[in-house]
Design a protein around this ligand. Structure first.
Ligand code: PLP
Ligand code: TYF
Length: 394
């Protein structure tokens, strides 16, 4: 029977990872998959996580099942980290999920339970997995204009015009900060205007928050999410702990359903529990427990924040250096957007042919749409990349 299944397209980002590994060149540069790397190209276990693991090994007495929504302590610390005091805790239903991806998937599921004909509006471009999960689920997807290739910023007027077409029963998916794949984000005024539009149309926002702490800081990166959650009647938030806690393979995420009507929490919590049960029963616990340890202990939390800040400011410095080198070599300011972008990624704006030239002639691996993982650079490779970019005619 299996032969009736069509071959599925491979994940382009993961294919690129494989191609990089197989390239024998010593001076190759990996700007592919979105994993943080230090100046030596390593993805270390964060200090606070290592300490929490040691403590957990000492403390943990059982590995019996948790609840369907995971450990309630995890939901509490994560709701506080993401939402601060923008929304009353009793208005937030939350369930642990396998990574941010699990939260995204369950959010789509919940939206479809609410409206079998739901349309999901996604930015053009967006994280490819958004599109592939929606396609797999058979959910109608509508692209809204987002990235402006000319300026390297957001085409906000286009975005607003397209989102005016969304209505009640539709989902508008936005990236809470550090847009993947472009690095271009809305400013506070634009967020405010977007919220007004959502309230006017009645469409429900869904916020994917996978990089809190990688852009302008932990609180600054949550500002938009908090503004949205406190200003619309309902929203969904899919938070990932993979990047900001460096626990990618532990599969740690949280799906939140926020409703201004506190009475809705019981129903929403039941829905989130139900969805977990249909898909995998109990969510993974190890990563969630590490996050709970770190966020519940002042010393561990301070250590984690300090290391996250080192990572964040390191990426910002690389952005500045790259924009500066490119200005020097190209004699123009047209790459200035690289310093304005936030998070791990920037879309360079190169053609597929130029991306291929960069790979073939210079050993520079970026995703086909010219997305670069800034954390794949260090102070020594930035000038090499800048030279390769200019030589490739970008
Ligand atoms: N959403 C976006 C936009 C991402 O870039 C990622 C990245 O890894 C995720 C969600 C979820 O990641 P994970 O499932 O590893 O937590
Ligand atoms: O966009 C990225 O590179 C990260 C990591 O199927 C990732 O979000 C890449 C591909 C994938 C899952 C995660």
């Amino acid at each position: 029977m299996f032969e009736t299944i069509k071959e599925q397209p491979a994940d382009k980002i993961l294919m690129l990872m494989q191609a990089f590994r197989e390239d024998p060149r010593e001076d190759k540069i990996d700007l592919g998959v979105g994993v943080y790397k230090d100046a030596d190209g390593n993805t270390p276990i964060m200090r606070a996580i290592k300490a929490a693991e040691k403590q957990l090994w000492e403390d943990e007495q059982t590995k019996a099942y948790t609840g369907l929504a995971g450990d309630p302590g995890f939901a509490d610390v994560m709701v506080a980290l993401v939402l601060g005091d923008a929304v009353a805790r009793e208005n937030v239903a939350a369930a642990a999920t396998p990574g941010g991806t699990g939260a995204v998937r369950q959010a789509f599921d919940m939206a479809r339970m609410a409206n079998p004909n739901v349309r999901v509006f996604v930015s053009d471009p967006t994280w490819p997995n958004h599109l592939s999960i929606l396609k797999h689920m058979g959910i109608e997807t509508v692209m809204y204009r987002y990235f402006d290739n000319e300026s390297g910023g957001v085409n906000f007027d286009g975005m607003m015009a397209d989102l005016a077409q969304a209505g009640k029963g539709d989902i508008v998916l936005v990236h809470g900060c550090c847009h993947n794949p472009t690095g271009a984000n809305l400013n506070a005024t634009e967020w405010k205007a977007l919220i007004d539009l959502l309230n006017k149309t009645g469409a429900t926002p869904m916020i994917d928050l996978a990089y809190q702490g990688f852009g302008d800081g932990l609180d600054a990166d949550a500002q938009a999410v908090r503004m949205v959650a406190s200003s619309v009647p309902e929203c969904l938030i899919a938070a990932s702990c993979s990047k900001n806690f460096g626990i990618y393979r532990e599969r740690t995420g949280l799906l939140m359903a926020v409703a201004q009507d506190g009475g809705a929490k019981k129903l929403n919590q039941g829905t989130l529990n139900y969805l977990n049960r249909q898909n995998f029963s109990f969510p993974p616990d190890h990563g969630a427990r590490l996050v709970t340890y770190v966020l519940s202990d002042d010393a561990l939390k301070a250590e984690w924040q300090a290391e996250l800040e080192e990572m964040r400011t390191g990426m910002l410095a690389l952005r500045e250096q790259l924009a500066g080198e490119l200005q020097r070599l190209s004699g123009s300011d047209r790459f200035g957007f690289l310093a304005q972008h936030r998070g791990m990624f920037s879309r360079l704006g190169a053609t597929p042919e130029q991306v291929e030239t960069l790979r073939r002639d210079h050993g520079v691996y970026m995703v086909g749409d010219s997305r670069m993982n800034i954390a794949g650079l260090n102070a020594k490779t930035v000038p090499l990349l800048a030279e390769a970019i200019v030589k490739s005619g970008v």
